[in-house]
Design a protein around this ligand. Structure first.
Ligand SMILES: Cc1cc2nc3c(=O)[nH]c(=O)nc-3n(C[C@H](O)[C@H](O)[C@H](O)COP(=O)(O)OP(=O)(O)OC[C@H]3O[C@@H](n4cnc5c(N)ncnc54)[C@H](O)[C@@H]3O)c2cc1C
Length: 413
């Protein structure tokens, strides 16, 4: 594993920086203020080939790696968090699940949409099933050659703008027997039962709608069922495995926001004078800047390592532990760095005339969405302890009972 970027990767990074530091930077304030989806930025990403980057060549994409897509994400997020998030969802998450688990038909369909600029929506969270996502109640009932979905999701990124939707639901056969959790594909505008609910008034990342989605007898034909490799029974685990790419991407948006804040603070510290000297001459601020640079470098290394782990150990997706470690560290790092950078701007940091408050507001999301920092710590703990760590009382008690009976059997031998 190497962290040295190839010539080609450096070129991608530079092209992305060029777009990010011009068009995306110019639009950033307006995107935040208007709370409108940045279609101009999406067009620029699309024209540059920065959407659908991970789509294989046989489906019309450039077949690039998660690392390469993340280079673009970081550059975009350094100027505009929502544009960074669009680059994530147009390259990872739902699209990579379809590209690895989908049928030829589904891959062609998804590739065509995403390569034209669609950022798919991934629909997991429900009002009563957030961290406990596997307790979702949205159900897909088999009826002949289709499934009928009913239920409600909320906090769906891109609700009302995304075309392709990957919907997680509990699957029931025609005898009402539960089969597990599956993924269902639906296209906005083509599926009558896919209804848009209320939009959340969010603290930051305001250029992307977060909405409720309602499924009212949404009919999904069999050919739109995204069948996980081990079927519905382990469907949730397989689908969440694909989600590890999005976790690395989300961490990279947080990294980009921190980088943007740090760069601004560095410049400001050299320009702003107090006591007749640039504030960069004060050791208190020098150490803050040094700490920011250390945190950013460490976060980037973790995320690159996680992105590069895809394709190793038999999984096409990033390693779950590395993805969780990367997102925990980077999301918490971004809170500190954006906050410290804001502090260095003094009152100006608190003003909406400067980008610092926007970067700090945007960064606040990443310890929450896509698996909270607490839940991801449980993921890491489970892996390093090599233990299942059920969070429900029932699951915990069953595990305790199993352990107790194992011990009594051993004692009897
Ligand atoms: C901006 C944004 C975009 C999002 N986009 C999407 C999207 O596109 N698609 C989608 O499906 N979802 C999306 N989400 C939802 C997100 O994934 C959930 O918010 C997240 O999983 C947490 O669920 P919750 O908000 O219901 O919090 P809860 O699960 O109610 O958690 C509340 C608190 O309890 C803690 N907690 C819960 N259980 C445990 C435990 N076992 N141990 C320790 N602590 C625990 C949590 O860490 C948290 O601090 C988005 C969220 C945000 C904020």
């Amino acid at each position: 594993m190497t962290f040295n970027l190839t010539k080609d990767q450096i070129e991608i990074q530079q092209r992305a920086r060029q777009i990010a530091s011009t068009l995306v930077a110019e639009n950033a304030v307006e995107v935040d203020k208007s709370e409108q989806y940045p279609w101009d930025n999406v067009k620029a990403l699309t024209d540059a080939g920065f959407v659908g980057m991970t789509i294989p060549k046989e489906y019309g994409g450039p077949g690039r790696s998660f690392l390469e897509a993340n280079l673009v994400v970081e550059e975009m997020a350094a100027y505009c968090g929502p544009t960074g998030r669009i680059a994530v969802e147009a390259n990872m998450g739902a699209i990579s699940a379809v590209m690895h688990y989908g049928t030829d038909f589904q891959k062609r369909l998804a590739a065509e949409l995403v390569l034209a600029g669609d950022k798919p929506a991934i629909c997991i969270t429900e009002p009563d099933a957030g961290s406990a996502a596997s307790q979702m109640t949205t159900r897909a009932d088999k009826r002949g050659d289709k499934y009928v979905i009913n239920g409600k999701k909320h906090w769906i990124t891109g609700g009302g703008v995304s075309k392709l939707h990957l919907i997680f639901a509990r699957v029931f056969d025609e005898n009402n027997v539960e089969l597990g959790i599956g993924g269902f594909l639906a296209i906005r505008g083509e599926a009558d039962g896919l209804k848009l609910g209320a939009r959340e008034p969010t603290m930051g990342l305001r250029g992307i709608p977060e909405t409720e989605l309602l499924f009212e007898d949404l009919e999904v034909p069999e050919n739109m069922v995204l069948m996980p490799p081990s079927g519905f029974k382990r469907g949730f685990a397989d689908l969440m495995n694909a989600y590890n790419s999005q976790r690395v991407g989300a961490g990279t948006v947080a990294l980009g926001l921190a980088v943007g804040a740090y760069r601004n603070a560095l410049e400001f510290a050299k320009e702003r004078e107090q006591f007749g000297r640039p504030i960069a001459e004060f050791q208190g601020l020098q150490w803050m800047l040094a700490d920011m640079s250390v945190q950013i470098e460490a976060a980037r290394s973790l995320l690159h390592k996680a992105a590069l782990s895809a394709g190793q150990n038999g999984s096409p997706f990033p390693d779950p532990t590395l993805a969780a470690q990367g997102k925990i560290f980077t999301s918490e790092m971004a809170l500190k760095v954006t906050n410290d950078a804001l502090q260095m701007f003094g009152a100006r940091g608190y003003s909406r005339n400067y980008p610092m408050e926007r970067l700090a507001r945007d960064a606040r999301m990443f310890t929450i969405g896509g698996g909270t920092a607490q839940i991801l710590r449980t993921v890491v703990a489970s892996r390093i302890l090599e233990m299942k760590l059920p969070q429900t009382r029932e699951g915990f008690l069953q595990m305790a009972e199993r352990e107790a009976s194992k011990k009594s059997l051993q004692a009897a031998e």
